[in-house]
Design a protein around this ligand. Structure first.
Ligand code: AMP
Ligand code: ZN
Length: 468
């Protein structure tokens, strides 16, 4: 067995993976800011750690995966400018920040469920952990890392020489190193807010008392406070989209290494590249968001999107467009068809025959999570003339524990339908009845089909049906 190696953003190298505690792995992933729906790029940043978790579990590790919910403090600029995204959404919609957070947290869970992501061990909300954030800030203050300005309490990055390490920041190159000596200004442009005061005369929906004054925590603080609560003061793996490395993760790291007195705080930083929309920035604030439900409305199985994501290595930018998505949907359907054809095989497989395939599959993932390579081995098995059907079945189901494509249960609606003209005719008859508002007939046909275990799905392309 080859050893497990992951690329670590901080060292810019691949290295052997060894958990802090033998047999157990803690993973922390930055979760959604719940002021709007997730777009499918955000969801790539959820699918990558889910694959990582499934793979580590298949290797026998006990995994604790923590993903936070950001429901306060994330300002529009990602750093210290602009308004809080939650407050802004509340002003726009007339709902409270809590109502908005609840709505989009539920939607995010629904997206994760549709994508067959494994349940999380912990899913803490920032607003449920205000005290933990204040305690962390107090520790930083006692250790001399903070200073106070009129609008908030800031972290002084000059006190932490490793500040630029994670993202290889070139602060001097940006001409940002000159100190701003004025009391009301930040000492360094990159100093970041730990606790922000509510602006004069502004009543925020979300504000709390603190030793420094009434206000709210800076966005970065929540991840240091909640990760240490649920995973301890050192973490095996921290994941997130690559954009988070320069500001959010750099600041999380500074806070944590200074407050906990550890180095490194995180053993492996795993950052996935973006899903690219052909040069167009997909953003909730711009309003050109493509959500998972948009794909589902076009008749695309959410798991076909999971399959799409698996086709690229996580450190590659992946371009999303309609053709590429449709090609992936066809690929996924073919794989499901292959799995369906093996479902009734009763013979037992031969572990000795399967061993070399299992090894190649896991070695691909052990090499910095090479999902495209693992998918290639999966296809080799699905297409193989040399393997017995029982071995194909065993291998596909074992691989799918890690891929998460639900090959054991998935159906291919249209294609199964094409195989049965009688049912096609009944579905068409029901559709005609519905169009003529003859609901008695359409309901009767639907119930008769249901009795045979057939479900009709209405889609923009017309009705489709599936067994089970
Ligand atoms: P947000 O909800 O905007 O805070 O983002 C949540 C996660 O999505 C973060 O890990 C981001 O890095 C990630 N993310 C944002 N846009 C994309 C994208 N186009 N592709 C992949 N990940 C993204
Ligand atoms: Zn975070």
């Amino acid at each position: 067995m080859s050893e497990i190696v992951f690329y670590n953003t901080r060292t810019r190298e691949k290295a052997k993976f060894e958990p802090i505690e033998p047999g157990r792995v803690g993973i922390y992933t930055c979760g959604p800011t719940v002021y709007g729906p997730s777009h499918i790029g955000n969801l790539r940043s959820q699918l990558v750690p889910d694959l990582l978790k499934r793979f580590l579990r298949s290797e026998g590790f006990e995994v604790t995966h923590v993903v936070n919910i950001t429901d306060v403090g994330h300002l529009v600029s990602d750093s210290d400018e602009g308004e809080d995204k939650m407050e802004l959404a509340a002003q726009r919609t007339g709902q409270t920040a809590a109502e908005i957070a609840e709505k989009y947290t539920a939607l995010w869970h629904e997206d994760r469920r549709m994508l067959n992501c494994q349940p999380l061990e912990e899913n803490p909300k920032a607003t449920d952990h205000i005290q933990e954030q204040i305690d962390l800030a107090k520790t930083l203050e006692e250790r001399g890392y903070l200073y106070q300005l009129e609008d908030g309490v800031y972290f002084d990055i000059s006190k932490f020489p490793r500040y630029t390490e994670l993202a290889k920041l070139d602060l001097e190159g940006q001409g940002a190193v000159q100190r701003i000596e004025k009391v009301e200004g930040k000492r360094h442009a990159a100093d970041f807010g730990i606790w922000k005061f509510a602006a004069e005369g502004v009543k925020r929906l979300q504000e709390w008392d603190s030793p420094w004054g009434r206000g709210f925590p800076g966005w970065h603080l929540e991840c240091s406070a909640m990760s240490s609560k649920y995973l301890g003061e050192r973490i095996d793996i921290h994941t997130g989209g690559i954009d988070l490395a320069t500001v959010h993760h750099t600041n999380e790291l500074a806070q944590s290494e200074c407050a906990f007195g550890v180095e490194p705080w995180v053993n492996v930083w795993i950052h996935n590249e973006f899903l690219d929309f052909g040069g167009e920035k997909m953003s909730k604030s711009v309003g050109n968001v493509k959500e998972l439900k948009d794909l589902v409305e076009r008749g695309i199985d959410p798991l076909a999107f999971r399959y799409f994501v698996l086709q690229a290595h996580y450190r590659q930018q992946q371009t999303y467009n309609e053709e590429a998505m449709e090609a992936a949907a066809r690929g996924y359907q073919r794989l499901v068809k292959a799995a369906i054809a093996l479902r009734d095989v009763e013979a037992a497989g031969d572990p000795d025959v399967q061993a070399p395939y299992r090894k190649r599959f896991r070695d691909a993932l052990a090499d910095d999570l090479n999902a495209p390579q693992a998918l290639a081995v999966t296809w080799e098995v699905a297409r193989s003339d040399a393997l017995a059907p029982a071995d194909q079945r065993d291998l596909l189901l074992a691989f799918d524990e890690v891929l998460g494509l639900d090959l054991a249960n998935a159906v291919v609606a249209e294609e199964v339908g094409e195989l049965d003209p009688r049912i096609d005719a009944l579905v068409a008859e029901r559709e005609t009845a519905r169009k003529n508002k003859d609901f008695a007939t359409s309901d009767r046909i639907r119930d008769a089909l249901a009795a045979e275990g057939i479900t009709i799905l209405d889609s923009p392309e017309g009705p489709r049906w599936s067994r089970g």
